[in-house]
Ligand binder design. Sequence first.
Ligand code: PMP
Length: 388
Amino acid sequence: AAQHLLSTPTTTSKSKSSKIKTEDEVELKEDIRNGLEECIGDTPLILLKSLSAATGCEILGKAEFLNPGGSVKDRVALHLLTTAERDGLLTPHSGDKIYEGTVGSTGVSLAYLARARGYLAHIVMPSDQSIEKSSLLEKLGAEVSRVPPASIVDQSQFVNKARSLALEHTMREDIPGRGYFADQFENDGNWRAHYASTAPEIYRQTGGRVDAFVAGAGTGGTISGCARYLKERLPEMRVVLADPPGSGLFNRVKYGVMFDIKEREGTRRRHQVDTIVEGIGINRVTHNFEAGRELVDDAVRVTDEEAMAMARFLVEKEGLFVGSSSAVNCVAAVRAAKKLGEGHRVVTILCDSGARHLSKFWAKAGNVGGGWEMTLDDVLDAGIQKKG
Ligand code: PMP
């Protein structure tokens, strides 16, 4: 304190209007967020130095894992809830309950935002999902139902079940409030959330210079919303889908169908394909993917081996611990960069952290060694070795 007093400059009447700031003085401007939800979005865009150096391009990752709920889905959940409130479909503290069928991040985002805004949440998921997921949702105060894995045409399937539970809630007179089915696959608000927040941030953060945008699709909301906003401003920009094993979207983009012409791959249900990538890849047509499909220029298939090698590479070179869908995105971003050639800028999404993928993806990917010998060619060779 004494030292501070000593360093305080003596102000004369002349210097009063132009206050002299000492080195340790901070400008006092209140910066307080009105709750956790005001911390959603405005995520940093990070130069992935190792990928950029190896390709001669700038490869940038949008750090969505830094959202309060740990993923890109915070933006969608917030947008869906505020839109539903605006439309009079939800009223806080009235007993209204949010229903959703989800295996992943959307449930977490909806569960914590429901609590924060005065709603109940009921998440329906297939019973073959890891117990950590349902346990996390329960810790966040959501009710969780686990139903046997089933096809989308089956009424017991998790998305259908969530829809019918919401309807049942609304119809019943012996329980308070209404049921609201968030419906991330078909709800237009999903891609619009990215059109309104994710994409404008990317446009601003890059100073309007993006040569390619690369993302996987779980519902399709991210790729459709970002593709629409960015292509409206940057018509030359390429949009590339990153697709994991077992997904039919690669064929949907390339040939307009959901199955492989020769192998009919992609008609199998996702859970029957032994992939460790979670959150992206689908085998049916969803409104949110179709909303931007015509804007997708190319699709890249990424194997589990490539994704695991990329995930280890990012830890080893960048100290960046990402989940499986982010790793798939980064492999596809590198391929897109190589196709464009040196000097281009590629933006992709780092959807969530590796912490959500410890028991499946990272259990198989293994620990990262202490050396720095791994090269990007090793990552890309991981796929070739498997195929060979
Ligand atoms: N990564 C993860 C981890 C996800 O949970 C999701 C959403 N299912 C996605 C990526 C894909 O996002 P979108 O639903 O917008 O296609």
